[in-house]
Design a protein around this ligand. Sequence first.
Ligand code: PHE
Length: 448
Amino acid sequence: MSKLVHAQWSSKMTFVLAAAGSAVGLGNIWRFSYMVGDNGGAAFVLVYLACVAVVGLPVLVAEWLIGRRGQKNPINAMAELAGKNAQPKAWALVGASGVLAAFLILSFYSVIGGWSLSYTLGSATGTFTGQDADGVGAIFEGLLGSPGLLLLWHTAFMALVVWIVARGVTKGLEGAVRTMMPTLVVLMVVLVGYGMTTGHFGEALAFMFRPDWGALSGDVVLAAMGQAFFTLSLGMGIMMAYGSYLGEDVNLLGTARTVIILDTGIALLAGLAIFPIVFANGLSAGEGPGLIFVTLPLAFGNMTGGMLLGLMFFLLLTFAALTSAISLLEPVVEFVEERTPLTRVMATLVSAVAVWLLGIAALMSFNVWPEPVMFGLNVFDLLDTFTSKILLPLTGLGAIVFVAWCLDRRSVAAELNLTGGSEQVWLVVARYVAPLGVILVFVNSLLG
Ligand code: PHE
């Protein structure tokens, strides 16, 4: 059934939209901004940009290429391509760790998606109008402090995801992505414009782009690499699955560039919108996961037309989160459907319930269960950290090493339209720079 759904992607444009719909999500606005704040600003941003260009781009291309050649779900595609190229079947593990990552990520992603839903309603009812920093902070803490409210919104978000998946992913969503993505960009630009009026725009620019290299550490680099994978939906087999419905005529490198520019552009805009508000109101950039929820309502609550803008913003954010969440649920459902006798619908329900249950443990981290469970991290932080710092990079590493080293070099170059000099650049980056980058970051973090 998923094959049918994806097979409806009629044009190249549709594929780009689907890939962009998965990539652009909470990661660009919520996660990017709080990661920048937590990791010292510009040093993190610059390392993140480098990771996107040098590691993210080749891994994205590698995942699509594997999917397009394998014409199957990630696990089977890896197994089959490995077999065809005289490699051990154990390569299928790369697909499997991706599925595990998708499952774990969706559980906490849904909790944040729930916050976004709740803020959509809050904006519609004027909750933030005229609030000061303390008021906005209190509203956010009220939400976090209430396991019942968090559960309600987390449940509502997961229910929406299941509903959309059950109806067929492309129906309606396709057209919606087409109009909502540009609207989101316009809104972000408006917010950046507002940031310029706060008198703290320069400070924000410096925070984001003038690096204090003293702030750089192995941990910051690892976080930047993790963010690059998270925001591009890499290391989860999602892009592999999308690639498997891709026509031969699509130019992988060119398409990857488009998706990456869009994704990175939205993240940078989000930062430029958020940090002026942070500095203008004496808030802390290192606020953590609550950052956008205590800064943006402040701006919306105090500008003309803010109620409407705020409503639109959180609605679009929720929508962006939904398109990403759908892409996260897909590999899990596919896996359950294949390995059990369950039907597609039952597999969707069972997967969603399992994700939902784990999400409950995650949301309790903010109130009744803040205690660390492992490595000094509570459940929420553990899920986020373990996936973005370990699972995603490892899966991505597997994909790029497989494509660069195990597939026939010439056929890969031909598939990517590379000749002469550009082939040499690809070879150096895909064989050495990208894998070594990921490995170095790991070793560094293990030692540190
Ligand atoms: N890329 C999405 C985001 O930035 C999140 C995501 C991660 C979606 C992994 C799918 C897979 O929000």
